[in-house]
Design a protein around this ligand. Structure first.
Ligand code: SAH
Ligand code: F3S
Length: 472
C-alpha cells in the first residue's frame, strides 16, 4: 500500500460542526472569481499553483492580492526562513480581508501539510490544504465560500487524483511556451537534513501513459518545452513493477511531435546510470543540462547526510556525462554548516566546486527542520561560521559562473523565445539556451519560436545577443 493514510485529516468549521468534503474534483464553476496565488519554493510548488488555477474552473488568475476574491499562499518548508514568512505574508492578506469581508485567504503546500490546524491558531485564515489533498481544492473552496473553515492534510489520495492537473485557461493564448509536468510525488530517501518526505509523503510514480497524455495536451495548447519534475526523477519507476525506466520515458517523450525541448529536475546521484546518460545524449529534444545535487564535497558529511553515494562516485558520473555530452551544463545544490562539518570538510566542498566548475550552484546554510535526524544532532555549527562558509563558497562560485558565461561570447546559440524581456519589454525579448542560460535580445519574435542568437555580452545571471537567424 503506497498511499497509506499516515497523516491526520481534519475538517473543522467556524460553527464547530464537522462537514465532509467530497473526494471528487468538483465540476463547480468559479466563473469570474479572481484568484491570487503567491508561490514560495520549488518547481513542485509552482506546478501546484498552476494546478490550483486549472482546477478552479472559470476563475481568473490575477497578479495583485488587492484585486482578488480568493488569496492562496502556497508555501515552502524546506528551510526555516520561508516557513516563517508564511505568517507575516498571511498577516498582510488578512489586513486586506478586514476591508473586504467576502475575501477568502488560504494556505496550501508544504507548511500547510506540516503544520495543519496549528496555522489557524496563529493566523486566522479560512483554509489550510496540504500537498496531497490539493486536488480537493474546488470542493474545499466551495465550502469556504459558504463560511466554513477547512483544514485538510490527508495524504491518503489515489494516484490519478494526486496528479490531477487540468491545464489553466491562460495556457491557451499561446503565451505559455514552457510547462512543468509532474512525473512522481514524494520522496523515500530521508536524507537526514530534509523535511520533504514529511511534507510530500512517500514516493509515488505517475503512470508513463498519463505523463505522455498531459504533454501531448500541453503541446496542443502551444507549449514547446516541458520540465519533468519530481524529487528523484532519474529514479522514476523504481518502486513500480512494470513501469518503464526514466531513460525509456525520455525516449518516448522525445517522439512527441511539436515539442522542442525536454528538461528534468531533480536528479539524485544515486540513480544516475549509463542508460540515462545514453538517452540524454541520443534524444535530440533533451537539453544539455543536468541539475545534480551533491550537497557536500566531503564523504564524511555525505555519509552523515544519508546521501548514499560517495564523492568519487559523483565525479565518475560527471566524467561519463561530459564524455557523452561535452557541452552539458551542470548545476548542483550545496549545504554548508551541516552538523559536525569541519574546516577540512568545507575545504573538500570548495575543492569540489573548483574542480567540477559547475555552471551554477544553489547554496544554503543548513537549517534544522522539525522531525529530521540532523536537527537532533548535537554538533550543530554556529550561525556565524555557516554564514562565513556560505559567503566564501558563493564568492568562488560567482567567479566560476562569470567565466563560464563569458565563454559564450561570440557563440551562436539556439534560443526558445519565451516572450518580452523583463527590461525594455517593448523592444526586447527573452529566452534560454539549451544549457538553460537566460538570453535577452532586441526583436520581437513570437513566443515558442526558436531563434539563433549570437552572444555579445555576458553577465552573472544572463547573456545578451543579437538575432542571427530564425529557425522554427
Ligand atoms: N530532491 C532533491 C532536493 C529537494 S530540497 C535532492 O535530491 O537533492 C532542495 C534543496 O534544498 C536540497 O537539494 C538541499 O540543498 C536544500 N535543503 C534541503 N533541506 C535543507 C535544510 N534542512 N537546510 C538547508 N538546505 C536544505
Ligand atoms: Fe530531500 Fe533527499 Fe528526498 S534531499 S527530497 S530526502 S532525496
Amino acid at each position: 500500500m503506497l498511499n497509506k493514510k499516515i497523516y491526520r485529516e481534519e475538517i473543522i468549521s467556524r460553527e464547530n460542526n464537522r462537514s465532509d468534503i467530497s473526494e471528487n474534483a468538483s465540476e463547480e464553476s468559479f466563473e469570474g472569481k479572481k484568484i491570487f496565488v503567491r508561490t514560495f519554493g520549488c518547481q513542485m510548488n509552482e506546478k501546484d499553483s498552476e494546478r490550483i488555477i486549472g482546477m478552479l474552473k472559470g476563475g481568473i488568475a490575477v497578479n495583485s492580492p488587492e484585486e482578488a476574491d480568493i488569496i492562496i499562499l502556497n508555501t515552502c518548508a524546506v528551510r526555516e526562513k520561508p516557513e516563517h514568512k508564511v505568517y507575516s505574508e498571511a498577516g498582510k492578506y488578512l489586513k486586506i480581508r478586514k476591508h473586504k469581508k467576502n475575501l477568502k485567504v488560504g494556505v496550501t503546500g508544504c507548511v500547510a501539510q506540516l503544520k495543519g490546524s496549528e496555522i489557524i491558531k496563529k493566523v486566522d485564515v479560512d483554509f489550510v490544504v496540504g500537498t496531497a489533498a490539493l486536488y480537493k481544492i474546488p470542493n474545499i473552496i466551495k465550502e469556504v465560500l459558504k463560511g466554513k473553515v477547512v483544514v485538510d492534510t490527508s495524504l491518503d489520495v489515489n494516484l490519478s487524483d494526486r496528479f490531477e492537473s487540468p491545464i489553466p485557461y491562460e495556457f491557451y493564448n499561446g503565451s505559455r511556451v514552457k510547462a512543468y509536468v509532474t512525473i512522481q510525488e514524494g520522496c523515500n530517501q530521508f536524507c537526514t537534513f530534509c523535511v520533504v518526505p514529511m511534507t510530500r509523503g512517500r514516493e509515488i510514480t505517475r503512470p508513463a501513459s498519463d505523463i505522455i497524455r498531459e504533454i501531448v495536451e500541453l503541446v496542443s495548447s502551444g507549449v514547446r518545452e516541458v520540465t519533468l519534475i519530481g524529487q528523484n526523477v532519474n529514479g522514476y519507476g523504481w518502486n513500480t513493477p512494470g513501469e518503464i525506466s526514466f531513460a525509456q520515458l525520455l525516449r518516448q517523450i522525445n517522439k512527441i511531435d511539436g515539442l522542442y525541448r525536454i528538461r528534468f529536475t531533480t536528479s539524485n546521484p544515486r540513480y544516475m546510470n549509463d542508460e540515462l546518460i545514453d538517452a540524454m545524449a541520443e534524444c535530440d529534444k533533451v537539453c544539455e543540462h543536468l541539475h545534480l545535487p551533491v550537497q557536500s564535497g566531503s564523504n564524511r558529511t555525505l555519509k552523515k547526510m544519508g546521501r548514499r553515494h560517495t564523492i568519487e562516485e559523483y565525479y565518475e558520473i560527471l566524467e561519463k556525462l561530459r564524455k557523452a555530452i561535452p557541452n552539458c551544463a551542470i548545476t548542483t545544490d550545496i549545504i554548508v554548516g551541516f552538523p559536525g562539518e569541519t574546516d577540512q570538510d568545507f575545504e573538500e566542498t570548495m575543492n569540489l566546486i573548483k574542480t567540477i566548475r559547475f555552471d551554477d550552484i544553489f547554496s544554503f546554510k543548513f537549517s534544522p527542520r522539525p522531525g529530521t535526524i540532523a536537527s537532533r544532532m548535537t554538533d550543530q555549527i554556529p550561525e556565524d561560521i555557516k554564514s562565513e562558509r556560505l559567503r566564501i563558497l558563493q564568492a568562488t562560485q560567482d567567479e566560476i559562473t562569470k567565466q563560464i558565461m563569458q565563454s559564450y561570447i561570440g557563440k551562436v546559440e539556439e534560443i526558445l523565445v519565451e516572450g518580452p524581456a523583463e527590461r525594455n519589454q517593448e523592444t526586447d525579448s527573452t529566452g534560454r539556451t539549451r544549457t538553460n542560460k537566460v538570453v535577452n535580445f532586441k526583436g520581437n519574435p513570437k513566443p515558442g519560436e526558436i531563434v539563433k542568437i549570437k552572444i555579445t555580452e555576458a553577465f552573472r545571471n544572463s547573456l545578451r545577443g543579437e538575432i542571427a537567424e530564425n529557425v522554427v
